[in-house]
Design a protein around this ligand. Sequence first.
Ligand code: ATP
Length: 432
Amino acid sequence: VTQESRPVRTAAIIAVGSELLTPFRSDTNSLAITGRLNEIGIEVASKQIVGDDPRDLATAVTAALERADLVVVTGGLGPTSDDVTRPTIARMLDLPLEENGEVLERIRQRFAGRGLAMPEINRGQAMVPRGATALANANGTAPGLWIKVEHRRVLLLPGPPREMQPMLDVVVREYLAPSSGNMRLYRRVIKIAGRAESYVETLAQPVYSRWLAADPRISTSILAAPGQIELHLGIRSDSADRARMSLERAIGQLKAVLGLDIFTDDGQSLEEVVGGLLRARGWRIAVAESCTGGLTSSRLTDVPGSSDYVDRAAVTYSNRAKVEWLGVPEDLIRDHGAVSEEVAGAMAIGVREGAGVEVGIGISGIAGPGGGTEAKPVGTVVIAVAWDGGQRVQAFRFAGGRAQVKFQSSQAALDMVRRWLLEQPQSAGRRA
Ligand code: ATP
């Protein structure tokens, strides 16, 4: 049976490693593998995690072979006795293990490159099941293995992600893509800030329920987190142009119902979007943060090139800092409290004027778990955006723990800036 005889449509993934069954390590390889396989139109039908136990692995492989055209096993290829993958698979498939001179030489050279002799224990990694293709490991000693079993394929990849990834790329490019036809998965990621999942679902559901009947079908998944909703649109097609057109039309339909709530239709982060809008106008921003402790400016500066538009940020946690650094009037804090529209506004104005830039942000709130009152419970956050000649202030009540309140606050602040920027004429030019 040749490689070309039957295209691979479905895959099963098995992650091997007892450490993956503890709370300290998670199986990220299967996510990376799924992503790469999806791109060439292969769907992952199941995945499993098993410990370093030959019987558990054999059971998992047997089930996977019944279910899928391709079985990918990651991990357990090392030289130690708890690395069970190679011998177990060879035994299951009834393939004798034979020493492969080329692989042995590659392992020897890897050690020699560091001035070391190869430990005898590594010799086992040169044992290749008869008929299997050994895959070179650019970042380690364990070779991967590509095995054909009648019309199915079994792929063994090392566990360490930096060894697994480049090998996976080679296999996808050289073994899987050529026989996959032109079928590919095309994706677009839409993101929405500051709306509840139920709100987005109510508006979007009627739109994407229509797509289920469309040909080709557009699949959607909704990923919700506090402060951000993502809609992942996918389409399997043998034509890139047609897929792109269908996705573009679908996104147009979502925009018609969700409007400006959508901050990106191509997977950008909110800080990237805000950065792009500032850059387009040649404007700069300064941030004054209290309860977010610098998170907003940290996110803004996560974007490469942000020095073009981020001028400065102040973490003014205490009242004294707000007075000394931002010039917030003391009586404003006394009369209204630090978490108030008046103080957040004065923070935004103070940091903007101090910096002499076009846009200022002020954030003041109660991240919890302590510090809440009846009038201002935990999660109360006031955010202001200030510009030359005006300001906009909004009070929020966020749910969740401290980290979630902080994230939602930075998200709301960036989204307020985004919405304000979108209202400004493109050609407004510098205004400080
Ligand atoms: P080697 O022994 O040559 O390093 P291996 O194939 O035997 O490779 P393992 O011993 O199973 O790999 O795992 C080595 C390390 O790789 C683990 O400690 C873990 O940190 C990481 N790893 C293994 N499997 C996964 C996985 N599925 N996802 C993410 N990381 C993994």
